[in-house]
Each structure stands twice: as structure tokens, then as C-alpha cells.
Design a binder for this molecule. Structure first.
Ligand code: AHM
Ligand code: MG
Length: 343
């Protein structure tokens, strides 16, 4: 807990105060986020009840990536749409669970912002009561003067253009981790009053950690340099800086959240089975990279910074290495074959 612990600050107050720092602010962005946190509150409520409702189990449909979709994913996707379609703030949306762009219905005004989201990340963990979450990004539309529907170009913006990014984590408590480019704040949901309260202000990721997180079942599919890096992390060092501990939940959102607090490295690399990795640039990597970098860490695809990559299609996948700066730089050194232990 930081020295803010004596102050009670809700997410809405924080957003309003941050907006007040911009003379040109119209308050529209605050209203957009208020609508979005309503969706998060509803999803959190239903995630909490998941074991009680007849909501668990697979539907008979698959999403556009060919994966089985669970009912709770569809529910979360629908709730976000219904909370966000009519506010007049958005011109277009895109979701990991929807094929193509999600347009604003004709009867509603189109606004200045673009919303992209993964409604429920880690959905293979729903049935076993393990942390899942909602990941999101907000961009300004390319031409803010327009009042016409948003286009594919409005969605395909590089991550450094996000005006806001974050995630809600449905874990032992519900937390909203959020940045508008002024550091990272964490709000914890108090279900008794229905509010997100500031619990960790301006958090920073450790410069180096001692945990690595990767699906090591794919080891045989990896390139040699990546195998060498992970072998190195497991090799005891005289100064006790290694071996690292292995942690892998299989919800990117949970693995990244742990990395944010404890440091270390989270990886979903390319391999011979998945040449572009698994995670999606727009729905998962850009928002997670924004959080990690705002907290002082580093997020790359092994070569380029995630936030500088120009997306080419909305469901694009990309390898990722993110976490403590020193760990990610060291991983990149291995991938280039330049680490001293490889000479
Ligand atoms: P999802 O968005 O359909 O839940 O899939 C993404 C998830 C990530 O949360 C996680 O990092 C990854 O899939 C785990 O994949 P794997 O089982 O290949 O390790
Ligand atoms: Mg996901």
C-alpha cells in the first residue's frame, strides 16, 4: 500500500481529476470510462457467480480463431457492447471474440474514440476458478472532426497511440489496472459499495526479477536461442541470482499482473507450431505493453518494441517478451546470439 492509503479515491474521481489537467478536455473521456467501468462491474459480478449459474461449459460455437467459446466470453462481449454502443463517445469497436469491426448502431451518434478489447482473457481457466480478466485499449479516431462511423484504419493504430489502456482482473479480488500515460494506478473493487477504490498508486515494476513465465511444454518447438535463454535461467549461479522460479498460469492477464508486481519475464514466443506466437497485438499485447512500459518495464516481440509496431490486421498475432527491463534486454541478447554465456 502506498502513502495514498489514507485517502479514499474512486476511479471516477481520479479520471475526472486527470481530465481537469487538460484545458481542452470536454469530459467526454470521463463519461466513456464511466460507461466502461459499468460493464466491468457487471462482468465481475457474473464471473463471481460463475460456479452457481448454469453459465459454465462450452457453447457449440467457435470464435474466429477456431477456439471453443464459453458462454461467459459471449456474455462479457455482449455486456461491453451494450454498455458502450449508445454513449456517443465511440466511433467503432473491435473485440477478440468478434469477427470484423463492431459498428455503432445507426440510431446512435458516433464519437471521437475507438475501443478495442479482449472481453475475457484466459477463458480456458473459467471452469477451474482461476483468475481471468478483461483487457482494453482506447484510441482517438484518426480524424476527430468526423462524425461518421469509424474505419479499419481507426482500429489499426500502433500501441503508442493508446490514450488509455488497462485490464480488469477477476482474481481473489477484482482489480482495475489502468494508465492514461501518466503512470499506472491499481483500483480494487469493493463489492459492498460497488466502487473501484485506488489501492496502489503509481506502481513500478522491479528493474530485474527472479521469475520466468512461459509455456515450457513447447520447448521442443522453440528456436535454439530461446532454449538457451530458458536453460540459462534454470542454471544455478554462484551469486545466487539464478535459478529463476517458473510460474505459468495460462491466463496472460494473470501472468502479466504477477510480473508487474514481482518482476521477471513473461513470454509467449513464436515457435515452429505457432510462427506468430499466440497472443493478439491489438486486444492483448498493446494494452499489456502500455501498462508494463508505463510502470518502467519493457515489452518487445524479441526485436521491436510492441508499442511501435504498425498493426496490419485486427486479429494479428505476435510473439511477446515483457516484464522487468533487465530481464527483457537479456532475453533479447540471447535471441540475437549475443549473450556472453553463448560465446
Ligand atoms: P484467450 O484470450 O482465448 O483466453 O487465449 C489467450 C490465452 C492467454 O491468456 C494465455 O497467455 C495463453 O492463451 C495461454 O496459451 P497456452 O495454453 O498455449 O499456453
Ligand atoms: Mg485473450
Amino acid at each position: 500500500m502506498t502513502d495514498n492509503s489514507h485517502k479514499l479515491i474512486t476511479i471516477e474521481r481520479q479520471i475526472t481529476e486527470q481530465q481537469g489537467q487538460f484545458p481542452e478536455a470536454t469530459g467526454e473521456f470521463s463519461k466513456l470510462l464511466r460507461d466502461f467501468t459499468l460493464a466491468l462491474r457487471i462482468i465481475a459480478r457474473d464471473v463471481r457467480r460463475a460456479g452457481l449459474n448454469d453459465i459454465l461449459g462450452y457453447t457449440n460455437t467457435t470464435n474466429i480463431h477456431g477456439e471453443s467459446v464459453k458462454k461467459l466470453d459471449e456474455f462479457a462481449n455482449d455486456i461491453i457492447f451494450r454498455a458502450m454502443d449508445h454513449g456517443g463517445h465511440l466511433c467503432v469497436m473491435a473485440s477478440e471474440e468478434s469477427d470484423g469491426l463492431i459498428h455503432i448502431p445507426k440510431e446512435y451518434k458516433c464519437g471521437r474514440y475507438v475501443l478495442t478489447f479482449d472481453p475475457l482473457d484466459g477463458s480456458s481457466n473459467i471452469d477451474v476458478n482461476i483468475t481471468i480478466g478483461t483487457i482494453f485499449s482506447i484510441y482517438r479516431r484518426l480524424d476527430p472532426q468526423l462524425e461518421t462511423p469509424g474505419t479499419i484504419e481507426d482500429v489499426l493504430q500502433p500501441g503508442y497511440k493508446q490514450v488509455c489502456a488497462g485490464y480488469a482482473l477477476y482474481g481473489s479480488s477484482t482489480q482495475l489496472v489502468y494508465t492514461t500515460g501518466k503512470g499506472v494506478d491499481v483500483f480494487t473493487f469493493d463489492p459492498t459499495i460497488g466502487e473501484f477504490l485506488l489501492s496502489h498508486a503509481q506502481i513500478k515494476i522491479p528493474q530485474r526479477g527472479k521469475i520466468y513465465s512461459i509455456n515450457e511444454g513447447n520447448y521442443k518447438y522453440w528456436d535454439k536461442p530461446l532454449q538457451e535463454y530458458v536453460d540459462y535461467l534454470k542454471t544455478p549461479a554462484d551469486d545466487k541470482s539464478r535459478p529463476y522460479s517458473a510460474r505459468y498460469i495460462g491466463s496472460a492477464i494473470a501472468d502479466v499482473h504477477r510480473t508487474l508486481f514481482y518482476g521477471g519475464i513473461f513470454m509467449y514466443p513464436a515457435d515452429s507450431k505457432s510462427p506468430n506466437g499466440k497472443l493478439r497485438l491489438i486486444y492483448e499485447l498493446n494494452p499489456l505493453a502500455a501498462i508494463i512500459e508505463e510502470a518502467g518495464g519493457r515489452a518487445t516481440n524479441g526485436v521491436d518494441e510492441i508499442l511501435k509496431v504498425q498493426p496490419t490486421e485486427i486479429h494479428q498475432r505476435m510473439p511477446v517478451f515483457l516484464g522487468s527491463t533487465d530481464d527483457v534486454l537479456e532475453a533479447e541478447q540471447f535471441l540475437r546470439g549475443e549473450h556472453p554465456s553463448q560465446q
